[in-house]
Structure formats: structure tokens, C-alpha cells
Design a protein around this ligand. Structure first.
Ligand code: NAD
Ligand code: GLY
Length: 360
């Protein structure tokens, strides 16, 4: 098993990564305080993995709440349903909440844990690649608003993250690829060696070779843990983790939640960021092509949706947490492995990128 630590002083916590962790009572029990547990999962993941998890929680008063499956359910109404389930028991302030599922379950459960009685203990058990390499680590929790993605939320760190790699065996190929987008992101923003390693190993990753998957998850989480330890509340360097997200969120919202997967939108968004960086004279066209090739080999889309025109993009991109004084700040690339936050790009060049004008 590989174990990483997110170093946040008294709120530091471990990330456990290995096969077959789900039913491991010895691993999970030390992070549970109180005698009540509320496991939140969804209608797809619960039939697959809830029973195994429950075996590690025997002797505790365990409640479960099953959400409908989909990004479109990461909203205030479904959040209210979680509060209702907690209050119906009623669950007390020592209750440990456990998120069992992908990023949607993790984000909404984490936000519920942050709010319920002003905060109860919380454990992340991510079951998608995307959640294992990104959303379960770092304490960003949120729900969507019809006008903007992840616009209502809180920073709230889990007590531990348990990434059982064997759960990825039941993930469909499209979801695996969506997770690879966030893996590739770490290489692009700060880890050239990892990007080169991904170029060598992407086929084995797509084939779910467990050894290669474990290394990719470990290296991704190590990158994320370092960034979060340096800048938990995104005053600076953490913003780089949003490479491709301003474009991607516009695609997700503009195309309707759930139509483009988050990872797919981020993949195309990262290429759009690379394209704008190239038009601006920072990254080379050859490097942009290298990025597009890796994304395509990972099974990800690289062509922005034709349905969104430039004005609609700009309108959607204005609802972004990096907007300051009405100006859209973007994460751009000086090179592969070297990202920066820019508000100095030329807005005509941005329009060219958004219009999908060649070269992209
Ligand atoms: P998801 O949670 O919708 O899961 C994808 C699909 O896979 C769902 O249908 C789910 O039911 C299913 N699933 C989950 N685990 C499975 C398994 N083991 N076997 C079979 N099916 C399984 O999507 P996601 O890609 O995990 O997460 C995307 C969400 O994460 C978005 O809402 C995004 O905004 C959020 N996110 C948050 C952060 C953060 O820092 N908090 C970072 C990145 C993304
Ligand atoms: N997924 C971006 C972040 O956690 O900051």
C-alpha cells in the first residue's frame, strides 16, 4: 500500500492507495469518532461496494443515504435531502460522514459534512479515477448552481482518503478516460517528468494495468498534496490546478450538466488553454500538438463543441471563481510542466481560441 500525507498541521491526513482497501476495518476505524456513521453513496456505486464497506463498520450505528446518479444532481435540492436524512435519525455532532463514490458524491457529501451542525468528521472513499487523483484530496466541496459550476461550497478537509484501486475495474472506459484528463493535468502544470512517463505508459493505463494505475494515482496525489499543503485556500499556486477548468466549466454548463463529463470538458479546456498560450507566443505549436496527442491517446475529446459561440463562452466564463473585477484570469502554459495564472492575455486571441479558429 502507498500512503501519502496532506500536510496541514493539526488537520493533516493520509491518502491510502492500494487494491482491496474497502473492507479493511483496521484502516478506517481509527478515523471514525462517535458511534454514528452516515454513508452517502449513489444508486450505481452502492450496489457494487456498499456491502463491503459496511462490513468494516460493524458495531457502529450506520445509516446510509443513496443519491440519484449524475452531475445534474449535484445541487442544493439533493444536498437538502442529505440534511433531511441526517436530521431524521437524528445524527449528532460526532457523526462521521463517509462519501463512497465519484467526485459528485464526494463533493456534495463533503459540503454536507462542512455544514451539518457547523461541521462533522468526514471520510472520502473515492471510486472513480478522477476522484482518486483529484476531487477526494484537498478539501474542495461544493454543489453546482444552474448559472455556474461548483459555485456554492466550502473548503473542508476529510480525515482520510481511502483509494481502493480495485473499484476502478467496474468503471466504464469513458469515465476512466475522464479521470486521465486530471492525471495529465498534473504533468502539464508542474511535472514534466510525469508527462513524459504518461506518454510512455498511456496505453497500459487505458488497459488498466494495476501497477501503472497505482503509480499514476500516487504521482497525481503527491502533486496535489504538495500544492494543497502550500496553498490550501487557493490564494496563489493552487489556482494552477484549474488548468483548463474555466474553458471546461463553460463547456459543462453550456452543454448541460452531464452531457460532457467533467474530465472530458477539462481535457478540451486544457487544449484550449494551450492553444491560447501558443497564440500568445508562450508555448510552442509542437508542444500543443504533443498535448493533443496524449489527450487523444487517453480517449479524450480535443475539439470544442460547435454549439457554443464566442459570446456564450465569454458569458459562461465570467461565472468563474478566478474572475477578479470583471476580468477573466486564466491558467496558461509557458511550456509543458510550467503553468501560470495570466490576466495579461490578448482578448482578441482568446476570441480566436473560443471561435475554434485553426490552429487548435
Ligand atoms: P461522478 O461522480 O459522476 O462519477 C462518474 C460515474 O461513474 C457516475 O455515473 C458514478 O455513479 C460512476 N461510478 C463511480 N464509481 C464507480 C465504480 N467504481 N464503478 C462503476 N461506476 C462508478 O464523476 P467523477 O468524474 O468521479 O467526478 C466529477 C465531479 O468531481 C464533478 O462534479 C467535478 O466538479 C468534481 N471535481 C471536484 C474536484 C474537487 O477538488 N473537489 C476536483 C475535480 C473534480
Ligand atoms: N481540483 C482543483 C483543486 O482542488 O484545487
Amino acid at each position: 500500500m502507498s500512503v501519502l500525507n496532506v500536510e496541514l498541521g493539526e488537520r493533516s491526513y493520509p491518502i491510502h492507495i492500494a487494491q482491496g482497501l474497502l473492507g479493511n476495518a483496521e484502516l478506517i476505524r481509527p478515523f471514525i469518532s462517535g458511534h454514528q456513521v452516515m454513508v452517502v453513496s449513489n444508486e450505481t456505486v452502492a450496489p457494487l461496494y456498499l456491502d463491503t464497506l459496511l462490513q468494516s463498520l460493524t458495531g457502529l450505528q450506520v445509516h446510509t443515504h443513496i443519491l440519484p446518479d449524475g452531475e445534474e444532481f449535484k445541487n442544493l435540492e439533493v444536498l437538502d435531502g442529505i440534511f433531511d436524512a441526517l436530521l431524521r435519525v437524528p445524527c449528532d455532532r460526532q457523526t462521521t460522514m463517509i462519501a463512497l463514490g465519484g467526485g459528485v458524491v464526494g463533493d456534495i457529501t463533503g459540503f454536507a459534512a462542512a455544514c451539518y451542525q457547523r461541521g462533522v468528521p468526514f471520510i472520502q472513499i473515492p471510486t472513480t479515477l478522477l476522484a482518486q487523483v483529484d476531487s477526494s484530496v484537498g478539501g474542495k466541496t461544493a454543489v453546482n448552481h444552474p448559472r455556474g459550476k461548483n459555485m456554492i461550497g466550502a473548503f473542508y478537509q476529510p480525515r482520510c482518503v481511502i483509494a481502493d484501486i480495485s473499484t476502478l475495474n467496474t468503471l466504464d472506459d469513458r469515465q476512466l478516460s475522464a479521470g486521465l484528463a486530471e492525471v495529465i493535468k498534473y504533468g502539464l502544470i508542474r511535472d514534466l517528468d510525469f508527462f513524459v512517463w504518461l506518454e510512455k505508459n498511456i496505453d497500459r493505463l487505458c488497459q488498466r494495468d494495476p501497477e501503472v494505475l497505482a503509480e499514476a494515482i500516487h504521482r497525481s496525489c503527491a502533486n496535489k498534496a504538495e500544492v494543497v499543503a502550500e496553498d490550501e485556500l487557493e490564494g496563489g499556486v493552487r489556482a494552477l490546478l484549474n488548468l483548463g477548468h474555466t474553458f471546461g466549466h463553460a463547456i459543462e454548463v453550456g452543454m448541460g450538466y452531464g452531457n460532457w463529463l467533467h474530465g472530458e470538458a477539462v481535457a478540451t479546456g486544457m487544449l484550449m488553454a494551450a492553444d491560447l498560450s501558443c497564440r500568445s507566443g508562450w508555448i510552442s505549436r509542437q508542444a500543443v500538438r504533443r498535448i493533443a496527442t496524449l489527450l487523444e491517446r487517453a480517449g479524450l475529446p480535443v475539439v470544442p463543441p460547435a454549439e457554443l459561440d464566442v459570446e456564450r463562452y465569454l458569458q459562461l466564463m465570467m461565472v468563474d471563481k478566478k474572475v477578479v473585477d470583471g476580468h477573466i484570469r486564466l491558467v496558461l502554459l509557458k511550456d509543458i510542466g510550467d503553468a501560470f495564472v495570466s490576466d495579461g492575455y490578448d482578448s482578441d486571441l482568446l476570441r480566436q481560441t473560443l471561435a475554434g479558429q485553426p490552429p487548435l
